[in-house]
Design a protein around this ligand. Structure first.
Ligand code: PMP
Ligand code: GLN
Length: 380
C-alpha cells in the first residue's frame, strides 16, 4: 500500500510516554492530568446512563449540551451562537480539527500553519490534499510570538484557511488583543477561513483574558472555534469536544462529521451538560493551574534550566543550553532515562524538526508528582 502520510510515524507523545514507563520516569511529557476529575462529574455521567441515555444522540450532539455550550460562550465571550445550526459536539478536539480541515480545504488550497504546531494539523491538511504553508513563531527573551508581518507575506490567492492555537501548545504563549487585530487585518476583504484551536481556553494566567475568536464578530464570522472538555474537566480520555461556527460553515462541517463519526457518545454528553450548569469548575481553573505553574517554576529557580514565560496552557517550556548541547530529542530521552523525568522535545512540533534547545514539561500533575520531578531536575 502506498502511504498517504509519508511523514507520519508514532506520535512523540506516545513514544515519550512509553519511554517514561520503560524507565520508571515521572511523566511530565504527554499532556494529561495524573489526578482524578471531580467525582460529581463521574456521577452525572453514570446517572445519564442509568436514566437511559444510551442510544444515538442527534448528529449535532445532545441539545442539552449544545445549549450549555451556547450559554457558556455567550456568558464569557459575548457571542450568541445558534444552538441548532452553529454548535456540533465532537469526539474530542482532534476530530473537530480534522473534520474542519476536511470540510473546507480543497486539493491545492494553501493552509497557513504557525510553527511550532500541534501534531494533528499537518496530516489532516495532507489528507485533504491541501498545501501547508508554515510560518514560524519567533522566540526571544519575552518568549514566543507570532510574526504577523511574515504571516501577511505568506498569504496568497490560494490561501483557504489559517490555523491558530491560543493558548498555545507547546509554547504556553497566548494571543493578545493586538494579535487579534493583526489577524483581522490580514483576513479582512478575503475569503480566508480561520480554524481556532482553543482547547486551553480556560487556562490563561496572571489575570489575563483568553482571546477567543468568538469575542470578535468580524473574526467569529469566518471561524471554526474548537474546544475540548478533556482539558477543561481533567478527563482527556473521554474524548468529548465541540466546534462552534457560523451556520453556513457548520452545514459543511456536518456533511463530513456525518460520515466520519456520525455523532459522539450520548451519556458523556448528558453528564457533561449537567456538570456545566455550574460555571465554577472552569472559572476556578486558571487559579488552580496557576498555582501548579508557580510551584513548578519556583522549583526550577536556581537550576540550570532557563524558564520561558508560561502565560497559558498546562505546559512550561525551558531552555537547556546551559546543561547540554544535545538535540532536543536526545536531551528529552536522556532526561527520561537518566534523570527519570520525561519531557517533550519542541522540535517535534516543527515539520523540519527545528532545534531551539527547548523542551516542554506538563505541570498538570499532583503536587507530589511535581515535587518528585523537581527534586530530580534539581540534580541536573
Ligand atoms: N489541540 C491541542 C493544541 C492539544 O494540545 C490537544 C490535546 N493534546 C488537542 C487539540 C486534542 O484534544 P482532544 O484530546 O480533545 O482531542
Ligand atoms: N495534546 C497532548 C500533548 O500535547 C497529547 C495528546 C496525544 O497524546 N495525542 O501532550
Amino acid at each position: 500500500l502506498t502511504t498517504r502520510l509519508p511523514a507520519v510515524g508514532t506520535t512523540v507523545f506516545t513514544r515519550m510516554s512509553a519511554l517514561a514507563v520503560q524507565h520508571g520516569a515521572v511523566n511530565l511529557g504527554q499532556g494529561f492530568p495524573d489526578f482524578a476529575c471531580e467525582p460529581k462529574l463521574v456521577d452525572m455521567v453514570t446517572e445519564a446512563m442509568k436514566a437511559g441515555f444510551n442510544q444515538y444522540p442527534l448528529l449535532a450532539g445532545a441539545p442539552v449540551l449544545r445549549q450549555a455550550i451556547v450559554d457558556k460562550i455567550a456568558a464569557i465571550y459575548g457571542h450568541q451562537y445558534d444552538v441548532n445550526s452553529e454548535i456540533t459536539v465532537t469526539s474530542g478536539a482532534t476530530q473537530a480539527l480534522t473534520t474542519t480541515i476536511l470540510c473546507c480545504v480543497h486539493p491545492g488550497d494553501e493552509v497557513i500553519v504557525i510553527e511550532p504546531a500541534y501534531d494533528s494539523y499537518l496530516p489532516a491538511i495532507e489528507l485533504a490534499g491541501g498545501v501547508p504553508v508554515l510560518v514560524q513563531m519567533e522566540v526571544g527573551a519575552d518568549g514566543y510570538s507570532v510574526p504577523w508581518d511574515k504571516l501577511t507575506r505568506a498569504v496568497t490567492p490560494k490561501t483557504r484557511l489559517i490555523v491558530v492555537n491560543t493558548p498555545h501548545n507547546p509554547t504556553g504563549s497566548v494571543l493578545r488583543a493586538a494579535d487579534m487585530q493583526a489577524l483581522a487585518d490580514i483576513v479582512r476583504g478575503t475569503n480566508i477561513l480561520i480554524l481556532s484551536d482553543e482547547v486551553y481556553e480556560h487556562m490563561v494566567y496572571d489575570g489575563e483574558r483568553h482571546e477567543s475568536m468568538s469575542r470578535y464578530p468580524e473574526l467569529a464570522a469566518r471561524s471554526f472555534v474548537v474546544s475540548s472538555f478533556g482539558k477543561t474537566y481533567h478527563v482527556t480520555g473521554w474524548k468529548v469536544g465541540y466546534v462552534a461556527a457560523p451556520a453556513p460553515l457548520m452545514v459543511e462541517f456536518r456533511k463530513v462529521h456525518q460520515y466520519n463519526v456520525f455523532t459522539t457518545n450520548t451519556p458523556m454528553q448528558h453528564g457533561i451538560a449537567s456538570y456545566m450548569a455550574d460555571p465554577k469548575p472552569y472559572l476556578e481553573l486558571p487559579a488552580f493551574y496557576q498555582r501548579k505553574r508557580d510551584l513548578f517554576r519556583d522549583g526550577l529557580q536556581g537550576s540550570r534550566f532557563e524558564l520561558l514565560p508560561a502565560d497559558g496552557t498546562y505546559f512550561q517550556c525551558v531552555r537547556y543550553d546551559a546543561i547540554s548541547s544535545q538535540s532536543e530529542a536526545e536531551f528529552a530521552e536522556w532526561l527520561t532515562s537518566e534523570i527519570k523525568v520525561a519531557a517533550i522535545p519542541v522540535s517535534a512540533f516543527y515539520r523540519q524538526g527545528k532545534e531551539s534547545g527547548i523542551v516542554r514539561f506538563c505541570f498538570a500533575k499532583k503536587d507530589e508528582t511535581l515535587a518528585l520531578a523537581l527534586e530530580r531536575l534539581a540534580r541536573v
